[in-house]
Design a protein around this ligand. Structure first.
Ligand code: CTP
Length: 409
């Protein structure tokens, strides 16, 4: 079983949290299944969990030291708790005790595991396990329902005989079942059945037969978003300016040069799109005329007349039935103020603002984004664009589905 799922799970970074409970001994089997499927698994245990299973067991299975303490200098040196929070593609807590769930609901951070959950923007899944009366208690039910409303997944608990002698719901789901939930999480994806249309890269505005006005965009952020959307099951159409990047697997790409060509390609396909992501660094202006020969140099100043290009994002957002739009705002100063003004002016639900600096934004491997929407702000910290794109898609999918649910109600 694990072998055939390797293509789905290979390289996925799974943070396996273990809280205190007799079922903790079953988590070793889940870790083994994930490692066999080539997942990169790191284990974090609450101090209570170490009473039920030895960290060394999990270390032997995963090949990595197990973290338990929040202020352990050795563990912080290996991978600090914030780095670990950013590292994860998915956090699974199995077993999640009543206490663990209550602390997650109220946002407490008195263990390393709870701190990580607060600090991470990765999806979180809980596999509850506890005495059946504790599970059925209104306090636990209110906590778990509150967490689910925030998007936390709840896998289980299973029904049956319990270690304490009671019978009823409260048993940890079997490791094979939890494993299947993890496979399903990465297979079905949050954008299954969605068509996502995306612009990426720079545009080139020709000046004469050999010259153009362009910008430094590499297209990396847009291409990473396209790949992350495919991972989440979306059908992705990419309208790309000139870049050196290969088309990501599963993406349909149309290459263009100018802003006008990008506009034409987008408008020809926008009616079929559920989501539009405007990631391209589109030239705002183009030379009024383009010489069909090479312009020869002279000794006097040369001036150019530039005329505005169409604003693709603003046009799409103003359609009578626009798709859900995600725009970008690359800014060098007053990032959030300019970005919010852009969001309002173009009337788009979600905008990703980024500061262009030497290490982030254009032509760099890493980026940081702040997502602005009517629901507030979410900061996605500086990290490689591929990982950032996965987080961005996670939030985009959530907001898209929330808006669709409101429209359908
Ligand atoms: N955009 C677009 N078409 C344009 C210009 C911009 O679709 N002709 C989109 C970009 O892809 C991005 C958003 O609009 O999603 C904001 O682009 P940006 O260049 O940051 O802002 P502008 O609206 O062009 O404003 P300014 O250049 O004054 O900052």
């Amino acid at each position: 079983m694990a072998h055939s799922d390797s293509h789905i799970l290979a390289g996925r970074r799974i943070l396996l949290g273990i809280s205190g409970g007799i079922a903790a001994c079953k988590t070793a089997e889940l870790a083994r299944l994930l490692v066999t499927a080539s997942c990169d698994v790191r284990v974090v245990m609450t101090p209570a969990a170490t009473q039920f299973i030895a960290p060394l067991t999990l270390q032997a299975i995963t090949g990595w030291p197990v973290s338990t303490e929040i202020f352990d200098p050795q563990q912080e040196a290996a991978m600090g708790h914030i780095a670990l929070a950013r590292w994860a593609d998915l956090i699974v807590i199995a077993p999640a005790s009543a206490d663990c769930i209550a602390k997650l609901y109220t946002g407490q951070a008195d263990t390393l595991l709870h701190t990580l959950c607060l600090a991470s923007t990765a999806p979180l899944a809980l596999a509850p396990a506890m005495n059946t009366h504790m599970w059925q208690h209104p306090a636990t039910q209110a906590n778990i329902q509150g967490l689910q409303q925030r998007g936390v997944r709840c896998w289980g608990p299973a029904d049956g005989a319990q270690a304490c002698g009671d019978t009823g719901p409260g048993r940890l789901s079997e490791p094979t079942e939890l494993y299947q939930h993890i496979v399903a999480h990465f297979t079905h994806g949050s954008l299954a059945d969605c068509h996502l249309l995306l612009t990426a890269g720079p545009t080139r505005e020709p000046l004469d037969a050999v010259r153009y006005i362009g910008n430094r965009s590499s297209g990396r952020m847009g291409y990473a978003i396209a790949a992350a959307a495919v991972e989440q099951g979306a059908r992705v159409t990419l309208i790309s300016g000139p870049t050196a990047l290969a088309c990501p697997a599963g993406v349909t790409r149309y290459l263009v040069q100018t802003a006008q060509q990008m506009y034409d390609q987008v408008m020809a396909r926008i009616a079929q799109a559920d989501i539009f992501v405007a990631c391209a660094a589109v030239a705002d202006y183009r030379p009024e005329t383009c010489a069909d020969h090479k312009i020869k140099k002279g000794s006097t100043p040369y001036s150019l007349t530039l005329v505005p290009n169409p604003d693709i994002l603003a046009t799409v957002a103003a359609l009578p039935k626009p798709p859900y739009c995600l725009g970008f705002a690359a800014e060098t100063d007053q990032v959030l103020a300019h970005a919010e003004a852009k969001r309002q002016a173009k009337q788009i639900p979600l905008l990703a603002a980024n500061q262009v600096s030497a290490t982030t934004g254009i032509e760099t491997d890493e980026n940081a984004l702040t997502l602005l929407s009517d629901q507030g702000r979410i900061h996605l910290p500086q990290q490689p664009k591929q990982r950032l794109a996965r987080q961005l898609i996670h939030h985009l999918a959530e907001q898209y589905h929330a808006q669709t649910a409101v429209q359908n109600s």
